[in-house]
Design a protein around this ligand. Structure first.
Ligand code: GLC
Length: 565
């Protein structure tokens, strides 16, 4: 580390989020300070210098709140406290303070669509009679059929199975049903109820007062449901969250447009209200939407000037590796977001999808968005996957706007495919009786030191999901300072991106190559990404970065180069 680390005050606060590289930390799997096999906040604090060295601008922490962990913390039982497995509020304050000292901003995860069924608000609703104010905080309805024995409508849970669960009254008779778009332990709030809105304004203020720099908003397309909760059958090819298995950007747009539980116009009123709260605070606090809607022009509605600041670009994440598809999604993204004055974001991996070092080597058929496992047909070639992932990241980090990284991608970690069934925890796995593998394979604890127990994830060999034996060679210390390692590639790309202010730039497409070559200039840098199989000769210009070592000036397939313009 150098002595000239920027502090928070050195950095220009003006619209930092337009160009920021935001690193997602999944607290369960980042670093474990107390050796119980589960990551924790103190573990994160201890490893922040490594993230400073990497060269990121902000971290986004997936949920660390009080939670029974039925959906790995996305089932929140107290929005204003830390679960004991992760530590305490004091640990959060230390983490945030340390991050700010290092010039790293801290974004927390807000889960407003649903709470945990263990939340006191839901428990109060269960204890209160039908028609009570407490029940009106959530979505309770009478069942259909003579005795209310059928669910109120035909909606399915994102995790598989029915989206409704029936209560049993205290006297043992069956009662009302409640809606849960996700697990049975994640009841949906009724956002038409002003009481719910008031509670969440309070939650925002709680974290803003503590100094949080913003919120990643979970399921930001799901909070309002169509009046009357009409029946709806999603298309078979629909992905789990209303995005889809896209083979070309933008081709499957209907589901999110028509599902009575996604992308209802009423959500925008909520974000306008939140924006007013955030704008009361100094220092450019931000809202980032997880909104799985298509097409990008629709996503852009979430980031109109009086709403959120950023929205995840899942169309980009879902775009297959190929010249025409990438050029199109880049153009569509820049056009759609700039039309509302927002930066585009870019992302290749997160805690819900197959890691891109594996995904980019999958074919459209096995890219179902439901995870991959030992029985998946056509498992990815790990060598091809990693090479494409490095090339894809080198392309992404040269694009103007803000980029999201997911912990471990800087080590080139692949999806873990052969987790023992008994270790799996994703509710998707249970709710589909193992038909869908779900997301555990991208959540395996990180390797830090090749020779340490649990590869340095924690001080013991414990790790809540088993780490593959090969991960020793991918550990951070095995890549640190090693020319050509994935870690050094990320560091170089992030440094050059900052030096050349690529986040503030623009994409000027350049000609000269065939379809598989993505070729553009962003300010002082020319980017050439070869998504094909045929090598090409690079144009003139000093080589600044290559995603693989080159022989001379020949750029092989699945490789990206940056040249000085
Ligand atoms: C979001 C989260 C995912 C979670 C779901 C329900 O999609 O990213 O991990 O399971 O919401 O909260």
């Amino acid at each position: 580390m150098t002595g000239e680390a920027p502090t928070e005050h050195d950095r220009t606060p003006a619209e930092w989020w337009r160009t920021a590289v935001i690193y997602q930390i999944y607290p369960r799997s980042f670093a474990d300070a107390n050796g119980d096999g589960m990551g924790d906040l103190a573990g994160i604090t201890g490893r922040l210098p490594a993230l400073h060295d990497l060269g990121i601008d902000a971290i986004w922490l997936s949920p660390f709140y009080t939670s029974p962990q039925h959906d790995a913390g996305y089932d929140v039982a107290d929005y204003c406290d830390v679960d004991p497995i992760f530590g305490t509020l004091a640990d959060f304050d230390t983490l945030q303070h340390t991050a700010h000292e290092l010039g790293i901003r801290v974004i927390v995860d807000l889960v407003p669509n649903h709470s945990s069924s263990a939340h006191p608000w839901f428990q109060a609703a269960l204890a209160a009679p039908e028609g009570s104010a407490e029940r009106a905080h959530y979505i309770f309805r009478e069942g259909k059929g003579q005795h209310g024995e059928f669910p109120p409508n035909n909606w399915e849970s994102v995790f598989g199975g029915n989206a409704w669960t029936r209560l049993t009254n205290p006297d043992g008779t069956p009662g009302q049903w409640y809606l849960h778009l996700f697990d049975t332990t994640q009841p949906d709030f009724d956002w038409d109820n002003p009481w719910v809105r008031a509670q969440f304004r309070g939650v925002l203020r709680f974290w803003l007062d503590r100094g949080a720099d913003g919120f990643r908003v979970d399921v930001a397309h799901g909070m309002i449901k169509a009046a009357g909760l009409p029946d709806y059958t999603p298309p078979v090819e629909g992905g789990s969250m209303g995005g889809a298995t896209v083979t070309e950007p933008g081709i499957i747009a209907e589901w999110a447009e028509t599902a009575p539980y996604w992308a209802q116009g009423g959500v925008h009123e909520i974000y306008r209200d939140w924006r007013l709260v955030l704008d009361e605070y100094p220092g450019e606090r931000i809202l980032a939407a997880e909104a799985w809607v298509d097409p990008l022009s629709h996503v852009a509605e979430w980031v109109r000037p009086d709403e959120m600041h950023q929205a995840f670009n899942f169309a980009y994440l879902e775009t297959p590796w190929g010249g025409p598809t990438l050029r199109r999604v880049i153009d569509d993204s820049l056009t759609a977001f700039s039309a509302v004055g927002a930066p585009s974001t870019w992302v290749l991996s997160n805690h819900d999808v197959v890691r891109h070092a594996s995904r980019l080597a999958l074919t459209a058929e096995n890219l179902q968005g439901h995870g991959i496992g030992p029985k998946t047909a056509g498992l990815p070639d790990t060598v091809v996957g990693l090479q494409r992932a490095r090339a894809a990241t080198a392309l992404m980090l040269a694009l103007p706007g803000s980029s999201y990284l997911y912990q471990g991608e800087e080590l080139g970690l692949p999806e873990v495919i052969d987790l023992p069934d008994a270790s799996r925890e994703d509710p998707t796995w249970f709710r589909t009786n193992g038909e869908r593998y779900g997301r555990d394979g991208c959540r395996v604890p990180l390797p830090w030191e090749s020779a340490a127990p649990s590869y340095g994830f924690g001080p013991t060999s414990a790790s809540w999901l088993p780490q593959p034996a090969e991960w020793g060679t991918l550990a951070r210390d095995a890549q640190e300072g090693v020319p050509g390692s994935t870690l050094e590639l990320y560091k170089l790309a992030l440094r050059l991106r900052r030096e050349h202010a690529l986040g503030l730039g623009a994409v000027d497409w350049l000609a000269g190559f065939g379809d598989p070559i993505v070729h553009f200039r962003n300010g002082g840098v020319v980017v050439v990404a070869n998504t094909g199989t045929e090598p090409i000769e690079l144009p003139a210009g000093e080589l600044l970065l290559t995603s693989e070592p080159l022989a001379g000036r020949t750029l092989p397939g699945d490789t990206t180069a940056w040249l000085r313009a």
